[in-house]
Design a protein around this ligand. Structure first.
Ligand code: NAD
Length: 481
């Protein structure tokens, strides 16, 4: 199946279990709707618990041999996975753009990071110290067991690649439950991964609902580890329900990330990246910098600079490389964003840009107006809750200490940014932020740097050696002298 042809409805009726595409045992069929025009573009037969159990059994059989593989064998597999996915970057990008309306300028780099995750895991694998010994003691790192990988829709290809790459590096077999809203993208990726001729059962992919397939992965005693990317509510349920089988969990959850604009920042240089971080993936990004903290004395200048810079963030067709903001993924998401914009107005924030309703000329799809609020205080709902849409709140502060206090006054702690000209001052501020990642002077990435959250943004880290260690147990063997 190739997800490039428009207007044909594609049907997916199989799951990937034990090295083959097999017909679904579950019967429920879900429509995949294109967010740019609300048209049905795909029909997916959803897996049930029985499909999940078959996949887990296949992964368990594969684990018995793959867990004993050498570092060289795993490195070779990761290289192959990198090769086969590299060949499908265009198809994977097109699927992401079409299925959830991700703008191509975001979708392509996200797909590339997914593909690069295999190369990055191979590099990290070589840097990990797998065995340490002293006196009569030997400590080794062992694969944790079968891993259940559950992903969110908003960068599903990246999450699948990243989690699978780390699991392979660690010696674990997996059952992936992609977001049901990413079924078409997931299928393109699985077709690519199939070309790597992996050992049967090492990779299993079962598309179904969270309450059936996801819940089975969480409660099944043959699954040792869950690596999850998604909302706080589901993350909490995984931690709670996983406790019955003592699951190891990695939870990558939501955010309400602060961007601190220091008072020495050059506005012409700082405002475009600040808006870029706020509107990342049309605002549907866990790391989106949706609270912009600005010095009170520069507030008027910042307002003018934001109004001027908005022309660089056009809303429209996500396939057009000039488009910065595409549609929301679903009507439900549109309603959610609209209700937060209404709430912001009710609570006394002032709309500087955007507001309720559709952008002109984009009434058909799930489009919303990118919105910037000023006069926002950090206790307003729009400053506390994750909206997951292109809505930015500008919050004024009085001193660096005040900015740090406001930035840290959040249930979340996933990502943060500091913008300013004096680098040592920016670093000093960054070092006091309670967030898993802090970027200075713009959004950037490093595939070996850890990713994950403080507080309600999650548990554990992904990427590089940090991500691999999340799939490992430590064993010590001690001999009597
Ligand atoms: P979601 O929590 O609704 O769904 C995520 C996945 O969990 C889906 O595959 C879903 O089917 C599954 N699921 C649902 N109920 C389940 C259950 N009871 N048991 C097991 N699995 C279940 O989240 P979403 O709407 O897909 O994604 C948006 C959320 O993800 C946002 O909150 C966003 O911040 C977060 N996110 C976090 C990161 C990160 O790296 N920290 C990255 C992207 C998205």
């Amino acid at each position: 199946m190739t997800v490039t042809k428009k207007d044909a409805i594609r049907a997916i009726t199989t799951h990937y279990i034990d090295g083959a595409f097999v017909e679904s045992h579950g019967h429920e069929v879900m429509d995949i709707v294109r967010p740019t025009d609300g048209q049905v573009i795909g029909r997916v037969t959803l897996a049930d618990e029985e499909d999940a159990r078959r996949a887990i059994a296949a992964a368990k059989r594969a684990f018995a041999t793959f867990s004993a593989s050498t570092m060289g064998e795993r490195a070779k597999l990761l290289r192959r996975l990198h090769e086969v996915t590299s060949e499908r970057i265009d198809d994977l990008t097109a699927a992401m753009v079409e299925e959830y309306g991700g703008v191509v300028r975001f979708a392509r780099p996200i797909v590339e990071s997914g593909v690069n995750a295999f190369a990055a895991a191979e590099k990290a694998l070589r840097e990990i110290q797998w065995v340490r010994s002293w006196d009569k003691t030997t400590v080794t790192l062992e694969p944790v067991g079968v891993a259940g990988l559950i992903t969110a829709w908003n960068a599903n290809v990246l999450f699948m690649c990243l989690k699978f790459a780390s699991a392979v590096a660690a010696g674990c077999s997996v059952v992936i439950k992609p977001s049901e809203m990413s079924s078409l993208q997931a299928r393109v990726l699985v077709e690519a991964l199939h070309e790597a001729k992996l050992p049967n059962g090492l990779l299993n992919v079962v598309t179904g609902l969270g309450k059936t397939v996801g819940a089975e992965l969480v409660r099944n005693p043959d699954v040792a580890k869950i690596s999850f990317t998604g909302s706080v509510g589901v993350g909490e349920s995984i931690m709670r329900d996983g406790a019955a089988t003592m699951k190891r969990v990695t939870l990558e959850l939501g955010g309400k990330s602060p961007t601190i604009l220091l008072d020495d920042a050059n506005l012409e240089e700082a405002i475009p990246p600040a808006l870029g971080m706020a509107f990342l993936n049309s605002g549907q990004a866990c790391a989106a910098g949706t609270r912009l903290l600005v010095p009170s004395k520069r507030l008027d200048a910042v307002k003018r600079a934001i109004a001027d810079a908005m022309s660089a963030f056009p809303v429209g067709d996500p396939a057009d490389p000039k488009t910065a903001i595409g549609p929301m993924v679903s009507q439900k998401q549109v309603d959610r964003v609209q209700s937060y914009i209404r709430k912001g107005i009710e609570e006394g924030a002032e709309v500087l840009v955007g507001g309720e309703g559709h952008p002109q000329g984009l009434e058909a799809g799930y489009f919303v107006k990118p919105t910037v609020f000023v006069n926002v205080s950090n206790d307003m709902t729009i400053a506390r809750e994750e909206i997951f849409g292109p809505v930015l709140g500008v919050i004024a502060y009085d001193s660096d200490e005040d900015a740090i206090r406001i930035a840290n006054d959040s249930n979340f702690g996933l990502h943060a940014a500091v913008l300013g000209t004096d680098l040592s001052r920016a670093r000093r501020v960054a070092s006091q932020l309670r967030a898993g990642r802090v970027v200075i002077n713009g959004m950037t990435d490093d595939p070996q740097a850890p990713w994950g959250g403080f507080k309600f943004s999650g548990v554990g880290r992904e990427y590089g050696a940090y991500g691999i260690s999340a799939f490992l147990e430590t064993r010590a063997i001690l001999e009597v002298a």
